[in-house]
Design a protein around this ligand. Sequence first.
Ligand code: ARG
Length: 455
Amino acid sequence: MTLWSGRFRAGLDSLASILNNSLPVDKRLYPEDIRGSQAWAQALAAAGVLTADEAGSLVDGLQAVFEEMESGSFEFHDNDEDIHTAVERRLTELVGPVGGKLHTGRSRNDQVATDFRLWLLSTSKKLDAAIANLQKALIHRAEIDLEVILPGYTHFQQAQPILLSHWWMSHFWALQRDRDRLQDLTRRAAVLPLGSAALAGTTFPIDRFALSKDLGFNLPSQNSLDATSDRDFAAEFLFWASLTGVHLSRMAEALILYSTIEYGFVTMADEYSTGSSLMPQKKNPDMLELTRGKAGTLIGLLTGLLTTLKGLPSAYDKDLQEDKTAVFEAADTMEVLLPVVEGVISTLTVNTDRCRQAIHPAVLATDLADYLVARGVPFRSAHEAVGKAVRLAEETGKNLTTLTLNEYQSIHPDFTEDLFNSLNPESSVNRRSVYGGTAKQAVEKQIEEAKQVLH
Ligand code: ARG
């Protein structure tokens, strides 16, 4: 028997039933489903629809169901279409006919939307904490790698030297925006659908404001049609997961390159590396490759849900059942991915000398142009002059630090001996002491601010 069999003569075809049943996916919603139902029973009593005794036995019965679920002794039946059906079926077995009163004035449409939002709110808290842990690892790295200078790239060509700490912190701030986004979307998710019933609102005098408060929502939904069909919170969550995944993927991509023999800037810890079944020497950065790969999968989940939503007329349509598969997969992925990336970052070894040696003297060209600017040369002329110096160096097999003063002066008369004094990566970095720049002082300030933001 299903919850809706009254008007049917025949049962559902067995394959159709497999397609229809969402239990394998939504059974993890049992804590939220039971909590929501307990609050609903009490709201029905407060509205005078149930007696206090009836509500009491429903609440206690639901608690017993919860305990069976927790201990694993709960037995699911073939006819349990979804978690809502399973809980109500078992409740009625335990408390008798009064169990049949729980669904008064309620539909699975407002019920599932309520359960799912409750789940998303508590899951978001866990994920927020996981991002914060990763951010802490980045700050820690930034603190211990403060003396490491490496080439900074644009177009993946060496551009200007930077502190490795500055690079770590660049990822901190992207993740900070991700946390912001997650917190922001939970504000919109904290709206209670319950009381909307199937689509038009319940006929019973439920105090939805009290119910909303009771379940920890900010306020009840303003429109029952919208409440039962709105899955913005699910789409926003998937966008959050996708963009966070993209941020992790970009960081992973750079670290994969930096861990190659050619770069050798970092060495991954064994705990986060894997070998090859054929090539004995291999040590592969699989965790970072999977990070990159998962970003693609996450984007696919977002695209899938948006595509599902775009054609739906109001209000509830069964297509909406697909929402949980996508969101659960994204959440489960993030729950593993974030701590793994944290582990990779906190255990890798930085090869300071390799980073320093990789810096080509040509990356000091901007500093040389700034040198001329400080002597009153317009920046455009300075740029042109240094460009010529770079070309001369290339043609003579030298570099910007080995060209002679004579050669420099043949290009521009404002070059004097002192040009060589600060023509090194350390000076280049430390000149960038502007707020947000890569100078050690500025990065230290940045780390301080990051610590404050994190608290
Ligand atoms: N399992 C369903 C879902 O996840 C619950 C809602 C069913 N509503 C309905 N009218 N059949 O969407």
